[in-house]
Design a protein around this ligand. Sequence first.
Ligand code: ADE
Length: 250
Amino acid sequence: MIQVGIIGGSGLDDPNILQQAEEVTLTTPYGAPSSPITRGVIDGCRVLLLARHGRRHQYSPSQVNYRANIHALKEMGATHIVATTACGSLREEIDRGHFVILDQFIDFTRKRCNTFHDDFSGGAVHTGMATPFDAHLRKVLYETSMTHGNHTHEKGTVVTIEGPRFSTRAESRMFRAWGADVINMSVATEAALANEAGIPYAAVAMSTDYDCWKEDEAPVSWEEILEVFHKNTDRVKGLLTKAIPRIGTP
Ligand code: ADE
């Protein structure tokens, strides 16, 4: 039987989307996950909900214990992981409030524990990462999102930066030239670890801003992200509650 781990980005970690919710506090060989895990059910499907930045948003993107988060979900039996994130848009056609079902990442982070295989004393481990986002999960998310009238991009490359600062204009232009479509501060690390752990992973990115490459727009600010985000959280939650029960059907 499937059990879907949900990693909720800022504002998207509301335990009220679950029925029969019970809270589980656990730790892992990598330390404690960002939050207790809420175990529950969405429309007959078993789920595990984790708040990426902590329940009080107390962990910066660099402080999030990504390894503990993925390990804890695996330990509790997650068969799939669906993540949500806010992102900046690097493309004119990805407007604020649009959803992007990510299919590739570029990892521009610098100071994170981003592997379970630091130690090769038991043998070398190099994990393939050519297709880091699971095709079936992406299909379910895309089709469900379209059915519910969300403006949705079927694919997109995310560049994940270290943060917490935003990018310079030169960086933003460079990321565009590299082929990145959206930008955030968490997904590449999480996707890489989920792949190492052998758990199919997908992420819905909701665009909140145009970063700073666009000359006719004010550069992104945290206040802008929060405002656009709060306006759209119900649509993201709606997508999760409709898509997750469909994951188990072919
Ligand atoms: N998350 C949302 N918008 C972002 C941006 N412009 N840069 C990095 N992370 C973001």
